[in-house]
Write a protein that binds this ligand. Structure first.
Ligand SMILES: NC(=O)c1ccc[n+]([C@@H]2O[C@H](COP(=O)([O-])OP(=O)(O)OC[C@H]3O[C@@H](n4cnc5c(N)ncnc54)[C@H](O)[C@@H]3O)[C@@H](O)[C@H]2O)c1
Ligand SMILES: [Zn+2]
Length: 722
């Protein structure tokens, strides 16, 4: 705990003016940081409950020391600045935030303030409209002469991001207002994602992330990175703020309309009637919204929504209460960043304490080890919870979570429950810090964690059951062994039937031909001579055709971390035969060995790639599977690149400086394919030096030695890259 956190637990009355000023400064910085993470990056670092606690602490201190309120106080700001890449839109009327209340007493205070301001007697009932507060992204929709002309995010409240094209992809957004519409009107509402849609969408994103991680590990270049979102709100915001509206169109977004901004004429006198007008214009209005005759009805509605919350299709974090009379709203106006006439009555964060029974380690399809808490089942806000995420090894250490601990878990809008903290006073005496396993629970192979990465991974790629199917799919894929007819579905079937457990098994399938013909769709109930009855024969023939794979494809097919096609080629060309490669890799396991140095000296093979190879060969069981495979499908040595004719055939080329259109490794690969040798340093035997930006001494040396120097454009031209 930092000294600052310690201060925070003291009531504001107990602070000196100096302490209060210091804490306000720290809070301003911290809240601004979280605002950026949440609003600009859609990637919050703390839960909403934790964030709200900071905001309330700030309010409490400001309430006690009003003269210390800072110019950049979080109580004066809304959201965050629009991000770059979007045009900005100035809202006709600012889009603000909402004040919060957490219980009946605070709600009563809110009502009392309204009465005081309007000079209403205590008997005068306050009529409200209650609307579930969906956790989404508010948008401002401008209609002119009944046509949708522009849509924007809230941004910092005054200016937002222009997301018109993205909004047009929403099915819930009418392009035209039917019937009579004002000349100009701003309509406001919430864009959100339903829970089930969010889960399905995020699962797809998670698979994409894994896939990209695997491809990146294999040395492939990845375009835009996929990401998983912390909650539906961030997913909706991230989806809506895409520079490419086609991406938005593919996301399951919904819209509920609920407010009015600037308008050339007022279409209603009460908020409730206004919702009716919106419905008439065929906007979706939340059907749970309700007209509440007085504060007691509001409190009853709050209780009702608290009970119904868990069963709703979308996340809500409270209920918004708006004074129904628009003339009163106009008189009340705004204070700071929120209207005086509306408030968000938030639900308490859904937390519960229970006992941690076990920390389970799950192995993902790419070998990632992820920890999961198994707990004594407990009711959290109406839902029974037994599992919670522990994120990763570092998180467990940071929170010092131990088996047997009493833990606080939370479902604060987030769909996957999290372990927030442990209750140290309740820790059993004999407890020990959790030791994250260094072997894979699925296969027993070493699990390693490369420096700088948070994820520990199983190295038993070829034998780990958790990874087998994915590995096998990669093994047979087009750029690897390229076995026709052995797609993902068939691999899965062969795996499920127990016929294929390792790559070598594929080459032993002919032994099971009879059995395979018995499977439905594989030739059983089909007439002789049909496509289906030939399926098994075709498949076995396709496998036979790959029994002597070229070494580079063979190496790539193994799915070793960081060994993509390019690196596999480099290795195959360098070591020439399988036997040589295997022997040198085994020898390279020793740090400082000659073989290790040789590996490191190959142009294009850096230390992380060398490390990945050594890791793979360091696992005895990988070696057994590899030898088994090489016995069934012995790889063909790779001939030195054909000395084609052309400007680079048989020449020695050096690349220096940074190229704009490709990495040096990629350029080297191209040059080799054209029959050139790629060298690292310039000598008299060098034929060409290709110079990129910031080229250093090599360019100078080339000039001294009279070696021909090429610009990147000249090199591309000569290499036929256009
Ligand atoms: N975890 C973090 O790091 C982090 C950071 C910043 C903000 N937050 C969260 O964001 C929220 C605070 O941000 P805020 O300024 O948007 O305020 P707010 O969420 O308290 O209230 C304003 C917002 O409520 C939404 N809303 C939903 N239904 C509505 C309805 N029927 N009528 C009117 N508005 C409705 C609108 O989007 C509006 O902009 C809090 O929930 C906070 O916890 C979290
Ligand atoms: Zn494993």
């Amino acid at each position: 705990m930092t000294g600052h956190d310690a201060l925070r637990t003291r009531p504001p009355e107990a602070l000196t003016e100096e302490e209060a000023a210091a804490e306000l400064a720290a809070l301003a910085a911290e809240i601004a940081h979280h605002d950026r993470a949440y609003h600009e990056k859609d990637a919050p670092e703390v839960s909403d409950a934790e964030y709200d606690a900071l905001v309330r602490r700030n309010q409490a201190i400001e309430g006690r020391f009003p003269e210390l309120i800072r110019g950049d106080s979080p109580s004066r700001r809304v959201g965050s600045k629009p991000v770059e890449g979007f045009a900005t839109v100035r809202h006709g009327v600012p889009m603000l935030s909402l004040g919060n209340v957490f219980d009946e007493a605070e709600f009563a205070e809110f009502c009392a303030r309204i009465r005081r301001f309007l000079g209403l007697p205590a008997e005068e009932p306050l009529r409200f409209v209650g609307e579930p507060k969906i956790d989404g992204l508010s948008v401002n929709l401008l209609y002119e002469d009944g046509r949708f002309v522009r849509g924007a995010t809230r941004g910092d409240g005054t200016t937002g991001e222009d997301i018109t094209a993205n909004l047009r992809t929403l099915r819930d957004l009418p392009d035209r207002l039917e019937g009579i519409a004002p000349r100009s009107i701003e309509i406001r509402g919430e864009v959100f994602m339903e829970k089930a849609e969010f889960l399905a969408f995020n699962a797809k994103q998670a698979a994409l992330v894994e896939e990209q991680a695997r491809r990146a590990a294999a040395g492939e270049r990845i375009g835009e990175r996929a990401r998983v979102f912390a909650n539906p709100r961030n997913a909706a915001a991230g989806s809506l703020r895409q520079l490419d509206p086609k991406i938005t169109a593919g996301r399951p977004l919904k819209l509920f309309a609920y407010a009015m901004g600037a308008a050339s004429e007022a279409p209603a006198a009460t908020h409730w009637d206004w919702l009716g007008v919106l419905r008439g214009w065929s906007f979706a209005v939340n059907p749970l919204s309700r007209l509440l005759p007085d504060a007691e009805a509001a409190a009853a509605f709050q209780a009702e929504m608290t009970a119904e919350r868990a069963g709703l299709g979308y996340d809500i974090d409270g209920v918004v209460y708006k004074l129904d009379r628009l003339d009163w709203q106009a008189r009340l106006g705004f204070v700071g960043r929120a209207p005086r006439w509306a408030v968000a009555w938030k639900f308490p964060a859904e937390q519960a304490t229970t006992t941690l029974l076990k920390i389970e380690i799950q192995v993902g399809r790419t070998g990632a080890l992820t920890p999961r808490a198994v707990m004594q089942p407990v009711n959290v806000g109406g839902v029974m919870v037994q599992h919670a995420t522990l994120h990763n090894e570092d998180e467990i250490a940071r929170k010092d979570v131990r088996v047997g601990d009493t833990v606080v878990i939370q479902r604060a809008g987030d769909v996957i429950p999290q372990v927030v903290s442990v209750v140290p006073e309740k820790r059993p005496e004999d407890s020990a810090p959790f030791a994250f396993p260094e072997t894979c629970p699925a296969c027993g192979s070493h699990a390693v964690r490369p420096p700088g990465e948070v994820v520990r991974r199983c190295t038993g790629g070829l034998i780990c059951p958790a990874q087998t199917v994915e590995r096998l799919k990669h093994f047979v894929s087009r750029n690897a062994m390229d076995i026709e007819g052995l797609g993902e579905e068939n691999i899965q079937k062969l795996y499920d039937e127990g016929l294929v457990r390792s790559p070598a098994d594929i080459f032993r399938l002919s032994r099971h031909a009879e059995r395979m013909r018995g499977w439905e769709g594989w030739g059983s109930r089909s007439k002789k001579g049909t496509e289906e009855s030939r399926k098994v024969a075709n498949l076995l023939a396709a496998i036979e055709a790959r029994r002597r794979p070229p070494l580079d494809r063979f190496i790539f097919a193994l799915g070793i971390r960081r060994i993509g096609e390019v690196n596999a080629k480099l290795l195959a060309r360098h070591y020439h035969s399988f036997a040589e490669w295997r022997e040198k890799m085994l020898a390279a396991r020793v740090i400082g060995s000659e073989a290790r140095e040789e590996l490191g000296s190959i142009q294009g093979i850096g230390p992380t790639i060398a490390e990945a190879l050594v890791e793979f060969f360091g696992e005895e069981r990988n070696l057994a599977a590899l030898d088994d495979l090489a016995g069934e499908a012995p790889p063909e040595p790779v001939a030195a690149p054909a000395a084609a004719d052309g400007p680079f055939a048989g020449k020695t080329v050096v690349f220096t400086g940074s190229l704009e259109t490709m990495t040096r490794d990629e350029a080297g690969d191209v040059a080799e394919r054209l029959g050139a040798k790629v060298a690292k340093s310039v000598s008299k035997r060098t034929d060409f030096v290709v110079v990129g930006a910031d080229a250093g001494s090599k360019a100078t040396k080339a000039a001294e030695l009279g070696v021909r120097v090429l610009t990147e454009a000249e090199w591309r031209g000569m290499a036929g890259l256009g």
